[in-house]
Design a protein around this ligand. Structure first.
Ligand SMILES: Cc1cc2nc3c(=O)[nH]c(=O)nc-3n(C[C@H](O)[C@H](O)[C@H](O)COP(=O)(O)O)c2cc1C
Length: 188
């Protein structure tokens, strides 16, 4: 069967891509403006290690306003990308609810955060890994979804997941998205 993308609607294209590009990592993004905003994004990938850059594609709300994460990154140029493990699966999923920008997901879903740097938003408390990022640029791909390229400035990894500090061996326990579900990654 061939799916002709020019003849499909947005949801059909999403269904095909999200069930074939698997697994997709989840960027659980914290931004800080008037409130602390937290939301997950799976159109997320690493672009390069030198310069250290990642990309997250962020869309718009139902009323066509930019999602709060995009608005905050545009205004503050900063975000913290957290990597989700099983204990946070439920809260991460809940934090994808569309809320007015004045309402903080941190408060509404009782997601505790921890301030590490004065000049960055906080990271999720007790997270295993977090990237502290600065906006590099937005990319125009001709739609309402905006790929945002971010420079990675600092990476936090909980000591227990660094199996060899000298050779930088890391064994992280993360959840990924597979279609509309989630999966734990196991090494072969
Ligand atoms: C696992 C997961 C992955 C998601 N990936 C994306 C994505 O890549 N891009 C996007 O625009 N929305 C994505 N969403 C939806 C956003 O999380 C949702 O629109 C959220 O309300 C945005 O919040 P904000 O307005 O606080 O930024 C995803 C949701 C979930 C649960």
């Amino acid at each position: 069967m061939i799916y002709k993308f020019d003849e499909l609607n947005k949801t059909e294209k999403y269904k095909i891509m999200s069930q074939t590009i698997i697994p997709r990592p989840i960027a659980w993004v914290v931004t800080e403006n008037e409130t602390i905003n937290i939301a997950p994004f799976s159109y997320f990938t690493g672009l390069s290690s030198e310069p250290a850059t990642i990309m997250i594609s962020i869309g718009h709300k139902k009323d066509d306003a930019p999602k709060d994460t995009l608005k905050n990154i545009r205004e503050t140029k900063k975000c913290v990308v957290c990597f989700v493990d099983e204990k946070y699966l439920e809260k991460m999923n809940a934090s994808s609810e569309e809320l007015p920008k004045e309402i903080s997901e941190a408060e509404k879903f009782d997601i505790k955060t921890k301030k590490v740097y004065d000049n960055f938003p906080p990271m999720i408390e007790d997270i295993n890994c977090a990237y502290f990022c600065e906006l590099n640029q937005e990319v125009n791909i001709g739609g309402t979804t905006i790929p945002v390229i971010l420079n990675v400035k600092e990476v936090f990894i909980k000591d227990e997941f660094i199996t060899d500090k000298e050779r930088i061996r890391i064994d992280l326990d993360v959840i990924a998205r597979v279609g509309a579900s989630y999966a734990k990654l196991t090494k072969l």
